[in-house]
Design a protein around this ligand. Sequence first.
Ligand code: FES
Ligand code: FES
Length: 209
Amino acid sequence: MTIDDISRRGILKGGSALAVAMPAIASAQAKVPNGSAGGKMTSVTMTINGEDRHLDLDPRTTLLDALREHLHQTGTKKGCDHGQCGACTVIVEGRRINSCLTLAVMHDGDSVTTIEGLGSPDKLHPMQKAFIVHDGYQCGYCTPGQICSAVAMLDEIEAGIPSHVTDDLEKVRFSDDELRERMSGNICRCAAYPNIIAAIRDVAGKDAA
Ligand code: FES
Ligand code: FES
């Protein structure tokens, strides 16, 4: 028997096992109602960009998937789906969060703002305008998350919430170090960082520091 024989036999054996298993998997999937793995659907009502939206969801649905797959608000992007890139950042009850890391059912009754709700092509939010003026993007995939994050981040500075680089906890000072630290959860694979910082600075009405 040669190595080639063994490989061929293994592949044929694996293939026939798979052929046997596939109908069983298909039959199990057919028994799953509405993709809920046999569980109960949960009713969720959220205010999305100022509009009340009602959904019946598998309780395991993330807020990101609820927005994109169920409400077709595809401005919010799925990058890593693991809380590592920030592409999915939205503003919930005034605070920025990674929508891939939270379940939609946890936000029943909450108000959610996505990039679609910040502004429109006719009436851009100042942060959206600044990203255009300062060329704060290249491919644009991270941009909705960057913009939502930046808007909520400026409110955090305004509210005096300290970050890891804040020297004086009594008085949060606006600086590029603060901006970079606070925006560090939003990754840009095109590395548009200097322009993103310039755009945020512009909106905040501050010079480089
Ligand atoms: Fe949510 Fe990357 S998709 S952090
Ligand atoms: Fe391409 Fe940020 S603009 S990932």
